[in-house]
Design a protein around this ligand. Structure first.
Ligand code: TTP
Length: 396
């Protein structure tokens, strides 16, 4: 079965991280986010991957090429982001039989994707406390293995089963991809699923674990999940005076200097330099060519390619974009005194991250002056700077 993977989105809720790197290519452990989706499809037995690309699509194309893990990869370009059904429709010329559709920004548990491919027509579902923001699935009263309805974002959800953005469609669904625009002006795949439910017996496949990676803290959560699955391995240059505990991967070409303590899960990528005397706590990703220097503590964070945290700093529960420079003595607060959840600005609106601990999100090329204090839930746009000694309490 071919798998169509949707990776054309702009990732506006992920800004500023998605400004230079399209969301599907943001780092999750040792691969871009979308590679985890493609891997799930390949492991479930997909015989071809069709990637729907759009925003910054060349970056996606350059990564996957024309063959990935021995499976042919082809591309369909979605010119305008007109919705998920429109995205699959862009791939229509590639579809010639039953086909799977997966969101390129979702992490799934593998067993469910295996089952999805076997059970076609099928749709993945996850039980959530409040499904009102999702497509909600109903099943037959006398047969929990038969989907009877899907309703998009209902005010009064009939069940707790949320649509998790993974589908196995019969070949005929290829002809049903041109659906009218919904109230929010998008051509939604939910309408295609509804038609398949009307005409076929569709099986719900329950996911044990699922993550829709849309906002910056979900990128942290994605890394918490996938770094936690890595098996420790030392291929780089590790000083005898460094201490590595738990699952730690040091890739070839990475350097760990004396006095460093790393408590996994942690991944130190090729060309990264850690130490001397740095303390890295899991789940942390130190990307290619990043630098973590003397007396720096990094906890549960993503430090992107080319970023330097050179001296005397604390970074916790944060995502630093590419080529960020953190001045000596910069400290991140990641917890409020009242222990309340940390809020963050997404597309101009304040939303709760649902996390008690969350630090800062810094876009590419941010520079902080020495002794900068950064408050929890702060967003620094790409290229933003802070003065030495500043306490930054508002996004900039
Ligand atoms: P969304 O997360 O709804 O959209 P997005 O990724 O652009 O993010 P944002 O809302 O922050 O701007 O999309 C779900 C999946 O579908 C995701 O994998 C991207 C993909 N997609 C397309 O490929 N084309 C589209 O037109 C849309 C709307 C989504």
């Amino acid at each position: 079965m071919k798998a169509v993977v949707l990776a054309a989105g702009q990732g506006t809720r992920m800004r500023p991280l998605s400004e230079s790197v399209p969301k599907p290519m943001l780092p999750v452990a040792d691969r871009p986010l979308a590679a985890h989706t493609v891997d799930a499809a390949v492991d479930a037995g997909a015989d071809e991957i069709v990637l729907v690309i759009g925003y910054e699509g060349e970056t996606v194309r350059n990564y996957f090429g024309t063959e990935y893990r021995g499976i042919p990869v082809s591309y369909a370009v979605q010119e305008e982001q007109a919705g998920t059904a429109d995205a699959v429709n862009a791939a229509r010329a590639h579809i010639d039989g039953p086909f799977a559709v997966l969101n390129g920004d979702n992490l799934y548990d593998q067993a469910a994707i295996d089952q999805l491919f076997d059970a076609c027509p099928a749709v993945c579902a996850i039980e959530v406390d409040d499904p009102s923001n999702y497509g909600v699935l109903s099943t037959a009263a006398d047969d929990p293995d038969l989907v009877t309805e899907i309703v998009e974002k209902p005010a009064d959800p009939p069940t707790n089963l949320a649509n998790a953005g993974a589908y196995a469609f019969p070949a005929e669904a290829r002809e049903w991809l041109e659906v009218p625009a919904s109230e929010r002006g998008e051509h939604e795949i939910t309408d295609v699923v509804a038609r398949v439910i009307d005409e076929y017996n569709v099986t719900p496949v329950s996911l044990e674990r699922w993550l829709d990676v849309g906002r910056p803290w979900e990128l942290l959560e994605a890394n918490e999940w996938k770094l936690g699955e890595l098996e420790g391995r030392i291929d780089g240059d590790v000083s005898e005076d460094a201490r590595l505990e738990g699952s730690v991967v040091v890739e070839a070409g990475a350097t760990i200097e004396p006095g460093v303590v790393i408590e996994g899960p942690a991944l130190i990528r090729e060309g990264a330099e850690v130490g001397p005397n740095a303390y890295v706590r899991g789940a942390t990703l130190i990307e290619t060519d990043a630098e973590v220097g003397h007396a720096v503590e990094i906890k549960n964070s993503v430090v992107s390619r080319g970023t330097s945290v050179s001296h005397l700093s604390y970074i916790g529960d944060s995502v630093l974009g590419r080529n960020v420079n953190i001045g000596a003595g910069t400290n991140v607060a990641n917890l409020r005194h009242d222990d309340a959840d940390i809020w963050f600005t997404v597309k101009g609106e304040r939303v709760s991250t649902g996390r008690r601990k969350f630090g800062v999100v810094a876009g590419d090329e941010v520079k902080t002056g020495i002794n900068t204090s950064l408050t929890p839930g702060l967003k620094l746009e790409a290229g933003a700077t802070t003065m030495s000694g500043e306490t930054v309490e508002r996004d900039r």
